[in-house]
Design a protein around this ligand. Sequence first.
Ligand code: WT7
Length: 656
Amino acid sequence: MSSQIDHLLDEARRFPPSEEFVAQSIDDPALYERAAADREGFWGEQARESVHWHKPFTRVLDWSNPPFAKWFDDGELNVAYNCLDRHVEAGHGDRVAILWEGEPGDERRITYAELTDEVKRAANVLQDLGVGQGDRVAIYLPMIPEAVISMLAVARLGAIHSVVFGGFSADSLRSRIDDAGAKLVITADGGYRKGKVSALKPAVDQALSDRNGEGEQQTVEHVLVVRRGGNEVDWDDERDVWWHDVVPQASGEHEAQAFPAENPLFILYTSGTTGKPKGILHTSGGYLVQAAYTHKYVFDLHPESDVFWCTADIGWVTGHSYVAYGPLANGATQVLFEGTPDSPHPGRWWELIEKYGVTIFYTAPTAIRSFMKLGRQIPQKFDLSSLRLLGSVGEPINPEAWMWYREVIGADRTPIVDTWWQTETGAIMVSPLPGITAAKPGSAQVPIPGISIDVTDDDGNEVGNGNGGLLVITEPWPSMLRGIWGDPERFKETYWDKFKDKGYYFAGDGARLDEDGDLWLLGRVDDVMNVSGHRLSTTEIESSLVAHEATAEAAVVGASDETTGQAVVAFVIIKQSYLEAHSPEGLATLLRGWVGEQIGPIARPRDVYVVNELPKTRSGKIMRRLLRDVAEGREVGDTTTLADTMVMSTITSQVK
Ligand code: WT7
């Protein structure tokens, strides 16, 4: 690791924006000065500039009860009104909001006026189905316009959405529905994936039927189903409602009511260090302000001429902030794509950039690395000259991938913004401003104006330039999480207890400051893995493995992987009783499939190694560091604290 870091820090290339880019950019160095001089005043200005307040706020921040922040809390707004009606009222109703392309190539162009109308109808339907302020609605949809429409309809009513990624299993969906106590589920019969219809509704049916009685209350009253795949589905007449039977018929009149700034907007589940996903809670005013502000300045947005495309699924936070809320709050035109990058051909994304004239493109390093592997001849077949800015998110981008992105996709001309943030931070926290910052390949560089970040040692002392440590956020920010749904204690413990005396937020990431004070993100310092930019918990996958009848014990590590950043590698001990009754043949495949079914295909381990023992300390703690050495094919490190120092040679021989 350390030689890799030194190599990174030798990176001396600098890419300042071209004169041409600077001349047209909205980024202004005064933003940094203003934010440094009066942080709260600065956020107050951004809040007034980027959001319409039905009732103006008089106070920016209430931090009297940390870590529970209130932003703009005597103000009132309607999030959906901000993303829709106000643009129509300002005369932009004919501007295209969504350029949608389905995987089979079907298209829909939806203007702001049309989107507003559709959301009003959907809001009326939701209201008829009993959804009101504070109610939870689970959304389990493919990347179709109805996904965004549903989110906005829920927001319009002051209710709370919990979007569950369509790739998650029935089990994962069930635990999320139950934890939030959802009243309504919005889903589709199915969606398209790699040329085939992949069913969704059966997972909802299963999630709602799998009840074992004890303590598991059925909170869901209705399931609203969009027809997309055209696949056969089971139907419960009492519970299920077709979207097309009710939404087009509903009234298009719906006046947006104002809700307090701190009214919850959404819950989004993410993996932590324990087995149980955390429901990250975001509220309305502060979240929308920072989503809109960052979308505007980090992407140097010109809403009248840009075509923005963020490739994230709405099941992740990136899809919330930079597909749904940021772009729509700013009145931008954006591409929404249902499919995968390589179907039906490996140039599909580049084809879409050419077709829609995309100007700003935001994606993840894992995607860039897989395109690199396929070779530049694929993107070079397309006209990508409309692009003027590229973004990266989700994991560290290595300088090689950064350079390829700039040269091959960006014609050696476009700035790149490497944006660091988390589900918990709600919006971008660290990133260059493309019209100002001279970019360094591989570094996320500097906190955006208004955000205070530092790198400290374990005790919260600044390490200073040239040193590494832990990334902390030293001041509250508008789009910060307000808690973990139903678990205020876990909220404090996970993020705030580590630097309690200083009042810092602990992000869980290692970082280094170079001699210029630029930030280099070094990956997670906890038991959280990052696979293709998706967060997975080692513990959650271990729990899934031991839930299988064959498994006695399991240990999971994130091993570095050329394409996906990290890959899940599992070491399992099989029960003697199981081996007596079954052949050991095919066990690894069986267990990989099992995890895929239990959690979702993204959690499926790349490798499952069957071993006789796991390396443990005398107190019984599994030493994952040593297993990572094995998984990455390295010489095994210091084993002196193991209870049985021989165990690693046994494991190494079994893995080979
Ligand atoms: C974790 C958060 C932010 C939306 C997508 C992921 C890693 C994120 C970067 C970046 C290095 C990054 C961190 C972070 N991460 N962006 N630009 N450079 N690492 O959201 O699932 O909440 O994961 O992703 O480790 O803690 P998430």
